[in-house]
Structure formats: C-alpha cells, structure tokens
Design a protein around this ligand. Structure first.
Ligand SMILES: Nc1ncnc2c1ncn2[C@@H]1O[C@H](COP(=O)(O)OP(=O)(O)OP(=O)(O)O)[C@@H](O)[C@H]1O
Length: 338
C-alpha cells in the first residue's frame, strides 16, 4: 500500500474574472514510512501542495486531482467530514510561521494538551490529567525545551520564534502521525537545534514508521536522509526519484542548476569569495507565467519545443518533464547519501 498517491494535482487561484494555475499537473507518490524531500526556490508552490494535502486552502483556491489517495483511501470520493477525520487522525503539519499558527489567546500547555490523542489515556479524570501533563513534558523535552514549566504558562507572543517552532514540532508529533509534513521546519532554529530536530524526525521515521515530506530550498538539509526527492519549479513538479539517482544523474536542467548552485566544500579548488553558479533571471510571478515549460525563459537548453508543456517521462524509476533531458555522466560534486 502506498502512503500517498497523487496524480495530476492542479491548484488554481480564483480571481474575479479568471483563474491562475499556481500548481500544474503535479504527480507525487510515497511509500509507507518514506522520507521525501520537496525542493524548489521560494515561490515554486511547495507550501501550496502541502496545504492542499491537509485541506488548509481557503475558497479562493480550487484544488483538483485525478487521484488523491492516502493509505489506499480515495480522499476525492469521501465526504468532507470523513476526509477531515482521515487527515486529522493521520497527517500532521509543521508550518513555516509557527507564531502565527499558535493560538495567541491560550497558553502553551492548553494548546499542547489539545493536540494529544484521547485514546492514549485511560483511568479516572485526575489520573488522566496527570498522564497528559507528563506526556506534554516529555514532548517538550524531546524537542529540546528543558524549562517546561516556564513555557507551559507562556503565551506565544512571550516566546521566541525558535521556541514556537519547537512547540509546533512537539504538537505535530504528539499523535505519532502516519505522515508528517514539515514545511521548512528548521529555518527559525539555531544550527545545533536544527540538527537535533532533524535527528528527532529521523528517529520517529525509523522507530514509529512515520512518513515525512520535508519541504526545503536547502539541498544540504535533505540529501543525507531523504529516500526520494521531488523538485518543483514555478508550480510544476519537474523531477522526482530516488535521492541517489537524482544526485548522481539529474535529468532536468533545473535540478542540475540547484546542485551546481550549492558550494562544494569538499573541493580543494574552492576559492575565497568565489562566485556560486546561479541560473539567470528570477522565478516569474503568478501573473506572468510563461506558457509551456515554465523554466523556458531561464533554461540554458531551451528550444522552440519548450513552449509546449513536456510530457512526464520515466527512466529507471526517475520521473522528469523536459523536452531535452540531460544525458550527462554522473555529477562529480561529491554528493553522497550518508
Ligand atoms: N494566499 C495567497 N494569495 C496569492 N498568492 C499566493 C498565496 N499563497 C501563495 N501564493 C503564491 O503562490 C505561489 C506559490 O507559493 P508557495 O508559498 O507555495 O511557494 P513556496 O515554494 O512554498 O515558497 P516559500 O519557500 O517561500 O514558502 C507563489 O507565487 C505565491 O506568491
């Protein structure tokens, strides 16, 4: 059984007189307990895909898909209430702006306690309460918050962005979901804490068989532990496959550009103030999307055929959408999956 199987996902922003396809024909698939990286520049649509999955987009957005299966259940063919239940029982999400996602009017203990599943606690009222408090303390310790009492009584505005992020992570893992969507979970954390958080997610993945979609624009943070990688550009999912295959032989020029733009710290030839590779231009806004392959205007290999959307191709389990895929030898950039 697949954890997630999505075919032809479209997310459209409805305007007063038309609509804009912010995410176009995305296919996405994950095995049970897989760690999958979703990578792309800012504005490429990563968060939209995540929010569409958990049903967080408001009615300004229209989400359609030919297939939207979660653990064998077709989310497209169930009632709104059933879909909400399946999602809330099995999927958790860590959002990018933790402070905005926490309730400003209640203290951290109440919010953390609310995220605990009822079925875990039994006994009379007082005993249950004590068990719940202990679980909340354990969760905070897990994410690296030692002063639990102080944090329990605080409100979100009294805490730093980093602490709020850790609390969001504690809330997200409280019910040990089958799928955790982590949208840039370590951006507001200091270096060693972000490593600890990644270690924690890794251990939950291995011990509790929790699937993880790790959204990031930083390749370094994901290549060492993701089983698969999905690359997005401007609302199009342009390449996906096993991490080692994508690292060794990216087929899409944009994926290669992403790897080339990371500094190679292992190379002896790296010079002081050496310029890093970058694709020319910037990601277009939703109002000015190019037709066909959206990378076209920035792509070094673009030709006339690129004004048509490329069909998805598959070579040895690697999916990509490009009229002129790269045929290059494996990258020499010391990219290795640890
Ligand atoms: N509420 C909104 N209203 C209008 N446009 C939006 C809204 N949310 C996102 N967008 C647009 O949709 C596109 C995709 O946004 P999204 O937040 O999914 O990108 P992202 O890849 O997650 O970027 P980042 O890493 O910066 O979060 C962007 O062009 C963004 O401007």
């Amino acid at each position: 059984m697949r954890l997630l199987d999505i075919r032809n996902l479209n997310i459209e922003l409805l305007t007063s007189d038309s609509s804009i396809k912010a995410v176009e024909s995305a296919n996405f698939s994950m095995k049970m307990a897989e760690v999958s990286g979703l990578i792309g520049e800012s504005g490429s649509g990563k968060s939209l895909v995540a929010k569409a999955l958990v049903g967080m987009l408001n009615n300004r957005w229209e989400v359609t898909a030919d297939r939207l299966h979660f653990m064998g259940q077709d989310l497209n063919r169930m009632s709104e209430s059933k879909r909400r239940k399946v999602i809330s029982d099995n999927i958790s999400m860590i959002y990018q702006e933790p402070r905005r996602c926490l309730d400003p009017t209640s203290n951290i203990f109440s919010q953390l306690e609310e995220s605990l599943p009822d079925y875990e606690f039994s006994g009379w009222f007082g005993a249950k309460k004590e068990l719940r408090i202990k679980k909340c303390i354990r969760l905070l310790h897990k994410v690296g918050i030692k002063e639990h009492e102080k944090v329990f009584n605080s409100y979100p505005h009294m805490l730093s962005e980093g602490i709020c992020q850790k609390i969001m992570i504690a809330m997200a893992i409280a019910k040990e979901p089958k799928l955790l969507i982590a949208d840039e979970p370590t951006t507001s954390l200091e270096g060693d804490t972000s490593l600890k958080v990644i270690k924690l997610l890794k251990s939950l993945n291995q011990l509790k068989e929790m699937g993880v979609i790790f959204i990031t624009h930083n390749l370094f943070s994901i290549t060492s532990w993701a089983d698969s990688i999905n690359v997005m550009y401007c609302g199009q999912l342009i390449e996906s496959g096993l991490t080692k295959n994508i690292i060794n032989a990216p087929k899409h020029p944009y994926t290669k550009a992403l790897f080339d733009s990371e500094p190679d710290f292992k190379s002896r030839d790296i010079n002081n103030k050496q310029k890093l590779y970058a694709l020319k231009g910037t990601i277009p806004t939703l109002q000015h999307l190019p037709i066909g392959c959206r990378l076209g205007p920035r792509c070094p290999n673009a030709q006339r055929a690129c004004v048509k959307i490329p069909e998805q191709q598959k070579i040895k389990g690697q999916f990509f959408r490009c009229h002129y895929p790269l045929q290059q030898k494996p990258l020499q950039n010391n990219w290795k999956k640890a």
